[in-house]
Ligand binder design. Structure first.
Ligand code: CUO
Length: 675
């Protein structure tokens, strides 16, 4: 198998043996020096084949090596598409490696990394090749930059024999507590949150060959994954005494939320531009892209008109109904937009992406100051900015408008005859804990950032950075279910819904529905009579464990088996387990823990016979690799549509296959040091 990193630096233990004809021309003239530097103490040499066909990379030149690369930029997206197509077209694995080596230092590094990762995630012959987490490749996009000063010292002054200390990444560095939004910084700036978002957009690109872009229900998943992020963020705001996000539905008024990211661009070492408080958004007219606010407004109005009319029009003027099943998928691809999947790209435009662009260039819309985009311009960094949630809050209201127009679910769509959920609880794994009281706290953890730090000739591949993040004590769900019929299979759907808002006011069912947080979803075998179902919080279908977000990549890392390699492949996609629970508060914040068991015969999907991917565990948010989305119900069911009852108590009273209980989440303001 191939080693993970196709880089001459890596751990100092692996080196590529290049043919004379490439790496880059610059290196060719210095082969002796480069060779000496990189082939010292090498354990493994990877011979690289000559390229059978040396491609022209002229098409990539419009993005300079030191420029920022953005998936929201139309021109960048087209270039990325061509590069992905080139990578996907390599006739075999050896040629793919050669092509990557040839390309890597000749094109913009972020463009390369993106196209390379998309290709590795989609080529059949790279199933076993792990992807290094983005936070480890471009740590400057994730970590406060003063940490690099310490890291440099660790790497170059303290040699291999010296005792390395962990570089400390401060927790609160983007704003002071004068700024209310800072209360959510632990969520917005979490490394796991941002790397999940990058991975999600990697698994669901808007660009590239059809087999890469056209995935089962991708438009619907664009809606649902971002809808869940919004629900989680809003609930997190309640926990911190902040009201729900105000959707950014007016691009003509000043934006009160400023944001000063302080992190560095990975291509030119400049800090990401900031947005001052009360910045006005402007039309963007730059050398690398143009968009007017009125374009976005026109697309918005057309999309909303389509929702009101109940149909969209394709490019030939045919009307396609926005029905209960396919409607949301059509809208997702059309609003994002994914140009090749949009029903009518010219007419419905590029609403969500261009919103990102207008916001990300607010500080320099006409390029007069030669500034690049702010964090909203890149999926790697966008979730750091409070305005991300305002813009996606707006996009979410558009989708929710559509869902609200549909009929409420009826009894036939919610029932599972003969199945009764008698009892539910969630309990922390220790015997003396109280049922339905869960716990969150701070945890200090460490990750190896070395893959992305290229300084220090004696760097041996381990630069551990420690950072503090929210954590929850693992817990177990227990459900007692009675089956009054024959043996059957059900789908167990677990949500938590906040009971009150930031002012402690009770929420009604419609509000709870839109804020319902999916916790887990799995199939259960129900024998006749009593059944006891147990499920660990760590098995959640939305989250991935910490270790998968931060795979060890240092010299010590030895994958144990091919299976382990495979597991790390798509593993970066998934909500971070350490944020599975909202923070709660010191007094204990009240939630409804809701469980529904639906009829699997209505949920099941006939899957293609492709091999199972061991890594596809966060399927609720990320789907399954090379498979259909593993649940026939529309995403978010049963909370994606209106419900027929006045409140949640009446709903679970009316349907035996549902149950709820009060759940309390207590936050303990203490740091546990796992670093
Ligand atoms: Cu994920 Cu706007 O789609 O950032």
């Amino acid at each position: 198998p191939l080693e993970p990193a196709f880089t001459t630096r890596d751990s100092g233990k692996t080196v590529l043996e290049l043919p004379d004809s490439f790496y880059t021309d610059r290196y060719r003239n210095d082969t002796e020096e480069v060779g000496n530097r990189f082939s010292k103490d090498v354990d493994l040499k990877i011979p690289i084949q000559e390229l059978s066909n040396v491609p022209s990379l002229e098409f990539t030149k419009k993005i300079g090596l030191k420029n920022q690369f953005s998936l929201f930029n139309n021109r960048h997206r087209e270039i990325a598409s061509e590069l992905i197509t080139l990578f996907m077209g390599a006739p075999n694995l050896r040629q793919f490696v050669s092509l990557c080596v040839y390309t890597k230092d000749r094109v913009n590094p972020v463009l390369f990394q993106y196209a390379y990762a998309v290709a590795v995630a989609h080529r059949p012959d790279t199933r076993e090749v792990p992807l290094t987490n983005i936070s480890q490749i471009f740590p400057s996009n994730f970590v406060e930059p003063s940490a690099f000063r310490d890291a440099r010292q660790e790497a170059s002054v303290i040699g291999e024999s010296g005792a390395r200390v962990h570089v400390d990444i401060p927790q609160n560095y983007t704003a002071s507590d004068r700024e209310d939004e800072q209360r959510l910084a632990y969520f917005r700036e979490d490394i796991g949150v941002n790397s999940h978002h990058w991975h999600w957009h990697l698994v669901y690109p808007t660009t590239g060959p059809t087999e890469v872009v056209n995935k089962d229900r991708r438009g619907e998943l664009f809606y649902y994954m971002h809808h869940q992020i919004l629900a989680r963020y809003n609930v997190e705001r309640f926990c911190n005494n902040l009201k729900k996000v105000q959707p950014l539905n007016n691009l003509r008024v000043e934006v009160p939320e400023g944001y000063f990211p302080k992190i560095l661009s990975s291509t030119n070492n400049r800090t990401y531009p900031a947005r001052v408080t009360n910045q006005k958004l402007r039309d963007v007219d730059r050398h690398d892209g143009r968009v007017e606010i009125s374009d976005v407004e026109r697309w918005r109005d057309r999309v909303l008109a389509a929702i009101d009319q109940g149909y969209v029009e394709d490019t030939s003027g045919n009307r396609i109904a926005l029905d209960e099943i396919r409607g949301i998928d059509i809208l997702g691809n059309m609003i994002e937009a994914t140009p090749v999947l949009s029903i009518n790209y010219n007419f419905y435009g590029n609403l969500h992406n261009e919103g990102h662009n207008i916001i990300s260039f607010a500080h320099d819309p006409d390029y007069r100051h030669l500034e690049e985009f702010g964090v909203m311009g890149d999926v790697t960094t966008a979730m750091r900015d409070p305005i991300f949630y305002r813009w996606h809050g707006f996009i979410d209201t558009v989708f929710n408008k559509f869902k609200t127009r549909l009929n409420p679910y009826n009894a036939g769509e919610l029932n599972f005859d003969g199945i009764t959920v008698d009892y539910i609880e969630a309990k922390i794994g220790k015997s003396n804990t109280k049922a339905n009281t869960l716990l969150t706290y701070w945890q200090k953890s460490s990750a190896d950032l070395a893959a992305g730090l290229d300084f220090g000739p004696s760097a041996d591949g381990n630069i551990f950075a420690s950072f503090t993040h929210l954590q929850n004590a693992p817990f177990t769900y227990t459900f007692n279910v009675t089956n009054n019929g024959a043996r059957r299979t059900g789908t167990c759907r677990i949500f938590i819904c906040p009971k009150v808002d930031e002012r402690n006011q009770a929420l009604n069912l419609e509000e709870q529905r839109l804020l319902a947080i999916e916790m887990d979803k799995f199939t259960v075998d129900l024998v006749p009579g009593e059944n006891t179902i147990r499920r660990q919080s760590t098995e959640s279908s939305v989250a991935i464990p910490f270790e998968r977000s931060f795979r060890p990549v240092g010299a010590d890392y030895q994958p144990k088996a091919a299976d382990e390699l495979a597991r790390f492949k798509f593993c970066g996609c998934g909500w971070p387990q350490h944020l599975l629970l909202p923070k709660g508060n010191a007094q204990g914040m009240l939630f409804d823990l809701f469980v529904m068991i639906s009829d699997y015969s209505q949920d099941s999907v006939e899957q293609p016979k492709t091999p199972n991917d061991a890594c596809s565990t966060a399927y609720s948010f990320c789907g399954l690799k090379d498979k259909l989305y593993p649940d026939r119900r529309t995403m978010g069911y049963p909370f994606d549509r209106r419900l027929p009852n006045a409140n949640l108590t009446e709903l679970v009273g009316a349907f035996g296959n549902m149950a709820k209980t009060d759940l309390r989440i207590v936050f303990n303001d203490r740091v546990i040091d796992k670093a």
